[in-house]
Design a protein around this ligand. Structure first.
Ligand SMILES: [Zn+2]
Length: 336
């Protein structure tokens, strides 16, 4: 690890490690004690002994991994702090997906804020990001380049609704990541008056039901396998992005393919994936959101991880912040 102000965290093959606390944050291999920021599979992996996270993240992990989700777990609430080997741990909402949290670690008076994945735009499917002053801030940089300037999600959702209205003989097949993006898209569609049945690929059902059980208004949704493909002209089908171009997708006729992702800003990705209806809706902070968050948490230094580290590190170093790349491995930017 490059020289930083903080000498009590280190990088190990399992992931980011807190030396005095003897725990890992979002480890990529099974460990004794793991603090987990959110339930996306690149951050929350199965088979850890003890997992500390939000109630929703623990439930989502159980839903995905069954009993292997951990041997024992501890729920962290925003109102309380937990002490592990003299490291004080507080959690704050990260605004990324349901249950996503940041960890504010304090040891000998020094505060380290680990944000995990986060965003600053409104999203009714999760609690809004809460900034907190710290000495060292670890930020993601998935969209850490000035070209990433996510548009208003209302504009994007209206594009989809308009396409549904104009192309009544088509099946709209829209790729969404199963946890977070799918449910956010459904709630945006409902908020903008789309009240028809939304059809879901089987891989999206369980998690969407979990959101619904917690009170998210998803309206009428149905497993698409219950319909014949010729009954699906003039309808909206959501599926995992990987299904957009696989055998499953070939059974639909008159298809308009869409993909909901921050990556839809990049023309090359749109072409690569054969997307006719790119919708730029992201669950990660864009360039300006990252910078405004850094300004709000007022750190003495910023460590940058998963994504476009170099541009952000350079920018911060030229703008009054000490910054370096943390280069944690195992975090995929495709899950978006
Ligand atoms: Zn994530």
């Amino acid at each position: 690890m490059q020289k930083t102000n903080i000498n009590w965290i280190s990088k190990k093959k399992e992931g980011l490690y807190c030396n005095p606390g003897k725990f890992y944050i979002d480890p990529i291999l099974p460990v004794e004690k793991a603090l987990i920021t959110h339930a996306h599979t690149d951050h929350a992996r199965p088979n850890n002994k003890l997992v500390l996270s939000s109630k929703e993240t623990l439930n989502l992990m159980k839903l995905r991994y069954g009993d292997n989700y951990c041997s024992s777990c501890q729920i962290s609430n925003f109102s309380e702090s937990i002490n592990i080997n003299n490291v004080n741990i507080r959690t704050l909402p990260a605004g990324h997906i349901l249950g996503s949290i940041q960890f504010l670690l304090e040891y000998k008076g020094y505060k380290l804020l680990i944000s995990g994945d986060y965003k600053r735009t409104d999203d009714i499917t999760c609690q809004a990001y809460e900034p907190s002053k710290c000495d060292t801030f670890i930020t993601e940089a998935t969209f850490g380049l000035p070209i990433f300037n996510h548009p208003d999600d209302k504009i994007e959702i209206k594009k989809l609704i308009k396409s549904l209205e104009l192309n009544v003989n088509s099946t709209h097949l829209i790729g969404v990541y199963a946890l977070g993006k799918c449910q956010r898209l459904i709630s945006l569609l409902r908020a903008h008056g789309y009240d028809k049945t939304i059809f879901l690929h089987g891989a999206l059902i369980k998690i969407t039901e979990y959101y619904s059980n917690l009170g998210l208004k998803i309206g009428d949704v149905m497993n698409v396998s219950k319909k014949q493909t010729d009954e699906l002209s003039n309808s909206l089908v959501l599926c995992p992005p990987s299904s957009l171009n696989d055998k499953w997708s070939q059974k639909f006729k008159n298809v308009i393919k869409g993909y909901v992702s921050g990556w839809m800003r990049i023309r090359q990705r749109i072409k690569q994936k054969n997307i006719e209806l790119p919708l730029i809706i992201s669950d990660h902070a864009d360039w300006n959101e990252i910078l405004s968050t850094v300004n709000q948490v007022e750190p003495k230094e910023v460590l940058v991880t998963h994504g476009r580290e170099e541009a952000l590190v350079d920018y911060l170093n030229n703008n009054k912040y000490k910054s370096s790349a943390l280069n944690l491995i195992g975090f995929e930017d495709e899950n978006e």
